[in-house]
Design a protein around this ligand. Structure first.
Ligand SMILES: O=C(O)[C@@H](CO)OP(=O)(O)O
Length: 229
């Protein structure tokens, strides 16, 4: 049996301010840092160790992984960072307050943008400072890979190659793996691992900073999953 640990980053500044975040590189709050430290201690208390860590290229996930691994006494392990684990790119919604946006466009529309796997939020234009083409960390991405907006199924499409080529490969090489990522990139992964319908995934909420453990059989099919609290 393999164990895979997924963790959504601890509370970020824009989680706290209730703003659409996406690829905006906001930091953790004090609460978020504490959540990540607690997660590391819980993992250690339950005897977890790791051989390989994966994270997005966003500081809230990178720092969360760092705090978690420090707490779990595994700070030395190799880490692979990839834009493919980034949060869903929220287009022109990035930076807006979620409650104000709901007042302006209606609760139903905003809920659709947030949770309908096929709904596309309004796009940014290429001259918008939020367009990732202006950010050096994405300079190796092709034009097609640089998003103007993204729905959950597109997020899933760019997460999956990383899952198969890196994460699954590491697990097949008997490595104990931890993945630090985001509400929607993890939602996409969980939809795949748990084979959830689009309907089921709209109801899925993953809390910040709590380790989500998957027990997988030798073919990496899910046996069960649970949160370590
Ligand atoms: O703002 C975001 O990037 C995400 C995660 O915080 O929000 P939502 O829950 O709306 O997908």
């Amino acid at each position: 049996m393999e164990k895979l640990v997924l963790i959504r980053h601890g509370e970020s500044q824009w989680n706290l301010e209730n703003r659409f975040t996406g690829w905006t590189d906001v930091d953790l709050t004090d609460t978020g840092r504490q959540q990540a430290r607690n997660a590391g201690q819980i993992l250690k208390k339950n005897g977890y160790t790791f051989d390989q860590g994966f994270t997005s290229v966003l500081r809230r996930a990178i720092k969360t992984l760092d705090y978690v691994l420090d707490g779990a006494d595994c700070l030395w392990i190799p880490i692979q960072k990839s834009w493919r684990l980034n949060e869903r790119f929220y287009g022109a919604l990035q930076g807006l307050n979620k409650a104000e946006t709901a007042e302006k466009y209606g609760e139903e529309q905003v809920q659709k943008w947030r949770r309908d796997p096929h709904a596309l939020p309004p796009a940014v234009t290429r001259d918008d400072p939020r367009f990732p083409g202006h950010d050096i960390r994405y300079k190796h991405l092709t034009d097609r890979e640089l998003p103007l907006t993204e729905n959950l199924s597109e997020t899933m499409a760019r997460v999956m190659p990383f899952w198969t080529e890196r994460i699954v490969r590491a697990m097949r090489n008997q490595q104990k793996v931890i993945v630090s990522a985001h509400g929607n990139s993890l939602r996409a992964l969980v939809q795949y691992i748990d084979n959830l319908s689009d309907e089921e995934v709209t109801k899925l909420e993953i809390p910040t900073g709590v380790p989500l453990v998957y027990e997988l059989d030798d073919n990496l099919n899910r046996i069960r999953h649970y949160y370590l609290q």
